[in-house]
Design a protein around this ligand. Sequence first.
Ligand code: FAD
Length: 298
Amino acid sequence: MEKEFNKKLNHLTKVNLARYSTMRLKSWGYLYELESFHEARAVIQELKKQKRPYRLIGGGSNQLLSSWEEGVYLKLPKADLHLLSVDEKKMTLSCDASTTVNAVLQLAKKYSLGGFEVLTGIPATMGGVAFMNAGTSLGEFSSLVSFIEWIDGEGNICSKEFLTSDDRAKNFSYRKNHFCGEGEVITKMILKATSRDDALEEKITKYLNYRKETQPLSSKTCGCVFKNPAKEMPAGKLIDGANLKGVHVGDLFVSTLHANFMENRGEATYEDFVALVQVVKEEVFRKFHVELELEVKI
Ligand SMILES: Cc1cc2nc3c(=O)[nH]c(=O)nc-3n(C[C@H](O)[C@H](O)[C@H](O)COP(=O)(O)OP(=O)(O)OC[C@H]3O[C@@H](n4cnc5c(N)ncnc54)[C@H](O)[C@@H]3O)c2cc1C
């Protein structure tokens, strides 16, 4: 096993990374596709030994992959769907971190697991969602979490239970978790429904329809580019207020549907993204004296 992955690591060639992120920006880099979380542990330990930097890719819906000479992108393994299950009595759902939000929501609907609507429309893996504490205007991932297992920087298997709302508040905040650092790997989790909710399917459909009308969900984007500076001050409103809808650098446009999204309408590059972010930040600061902070990882 060790020999096999070492051989693979030492003979990587650069690949086009466009298909590994939802924004599909053109860039080239070394990519290692992991077969399992077990392999992730060994590969990360080897990369650390070689002092070679790496970055994890889950669904690639919240990160932009730049051309990278020094490091390796690690594409997390495909989901083990045998781990996707519901305990009806406890109202809990277990899954592997590579399971998609979509697969989780399908099962949640089947068992009327109330509270799961907070994840509606997030095109991601559950590991990415947990890492980012992703959420919508209906709520955040942290409201559901009951248990998480992850591999830390030294290759140790760690786990945490979240029994009270205090545990959740200490370990998660807006688009952040506070226990698993960048490069550590979430492997599996258990989520707990907040109630039994026979209207779950209806809630999900309604919210999804609303999102389709107000966000460019079929375009090549990375979701919201900037964090909301405050609850009552959404970044999209500020960008719209600065008249930036439709402004573009190359093929990358500030969406006309939702100003906090940027759409790759052709062959946009990572450099176009950096330049457009700069334009938006400067203009919003000039007009409102507010410093926008990136939500997407670059
Ligand atoms: C159309 C669209 C709509 C979106 N809507 C929303 C929304 O409503 N709410 C919201 O919060 N986000 C939204 N996003 C952003 C994105 O879906 C979330 O941030 C999501 O949590 C990212 O998950 P991912 O699996 O794609 O992770 P990636 O983008 O691959 O990675 C994001 C970060 O998580 C880390 N990571 C990924 N998997 C793991 C793992 N298993 N263990 C440890 N670290 C990991 C990566 O290293 C990286 O730092 C949207 C994106 C798009 C394209």
